[in-house]
Design a protein around this ligand. Structure first.
Ligand SMILES: [Zn+2]
Length: 193
C-alpha cells in the first residue's frame, strides 16, 4: 500500500531530529519492506503559505513524485473562530444537501408503479425488481429524466458556490489573526507499506 502522511512541526525544530523520528515511524510501518524513508526531507524556505490548506496544495504542486518528502512553511491560523456569516453559509449548505438528497430519493426509478422500465438509450426493457441503482446495467445510461439530471446539476452548482463563499469568509477570519499566528512547518512524507 502507498501511504501519504502529513505532519506539523515548529519552525525552529531540530530538522535532523524530526527527520530521524519520521524515518523511525516509517520503518515501524513498513518493517516487512525494511528501512525507513527512501529520501531525505526537502525543507523549502521562502514562501510562507497563509494556512494549512494552502500549504498542502503547495506540497502537492512542488512534489517531484516517486516518494518525494518535502516541507513548506505556513501560518497556523487554525485558531480562527467561525463567524456568524460562516455559520449561516454552513447551514445553507446543510439544507441544500438535505433538499438534494430528498429530491434524489423522490425521483428514484424504484418509486415507479410499473414493473419494468425501458432504457432511453439502448431500449432494453429492465425489470425493476432486478435492477440495482438508477442506471441501465447494459449501457450505464441514467434512467431518471433529463429534468432530474439538470436539477441535480443546479444543486451541485449551488453547493460549490456555498463552499466558495465559506472559504472566502474563512480567509477573512484567518486574516484577522494572521499577525499573531505562529509560523510552522507542514511536512509531507510518503512510503510503501
Ligand atoms: Zn441501456
Amino acid at each position: 500500500m502507498h501511504a501519504i502522511e502529513y505532519v506539523t512541526v515548529k519552525r525552529n525544530c531540530d530538522k535532523a531530529k524530526v527527520e530521524a523520528e519520521i524515518d523511525h515511524r516509517v520503518s515501524m510501518e513498513n518493517w516487512e519492506e525494511g528501512g525507513g524513508l527512501y529520501k531525505g526531507i526537502r525543507w523549502l524556505e521562502g514562501t510562507v503559505y497563509p494556512n494549512v490548506e494552502e500549504a498542502e496544495r503547495a506540497l502537492e504542486e512542488l512534489d517531484r513524485g516517486s516518494y518525494d518528502n518535502l516541507a513548506v512553511l505556513f501560518r497556523d491560523v487554525r485558531g480562527a473562530k467561525e463567524t456568524a456569516k460562516m455559520k449561516k453559509i454552513a447551514e445553507q449548505k446543510e439544507s441544500t444537501m438535505r433538499a438534494r438528497d430528498s429530491y434524489a430519493e423522490s425521483q428514484s426509478v424504484h418509486n415507479r408503479k410499473s414493473d419494468t422500465i425501458t432504457c432511453p438509450k439502448c431500449k432494453s426493457r429492465l425489470a425493476l425488481a432486478y435492477l440495482r441503482g438508477e442506471h441501465c446495467p447494459l449501457c450505464n445510461t441514467e434512467l431518471r429524466s433529463n429534468t432530474f439530471v439538470l436539477r441535480m446539476e443546479k444543486y451541485d452548482d449551488k453547493l460549490k458556490e456555498l463552499d466558495k463563499k465559506y472559504k472566502e469568509e474563512k480567509r477573512k477570519a484567518e486574516k484577522k489573526i494572521e499577525k499573531k499566528a505562529e509560523i510552522k512547518w507542514r511536512i509531507k512524507y510518503e512510503y510503501h507499506c
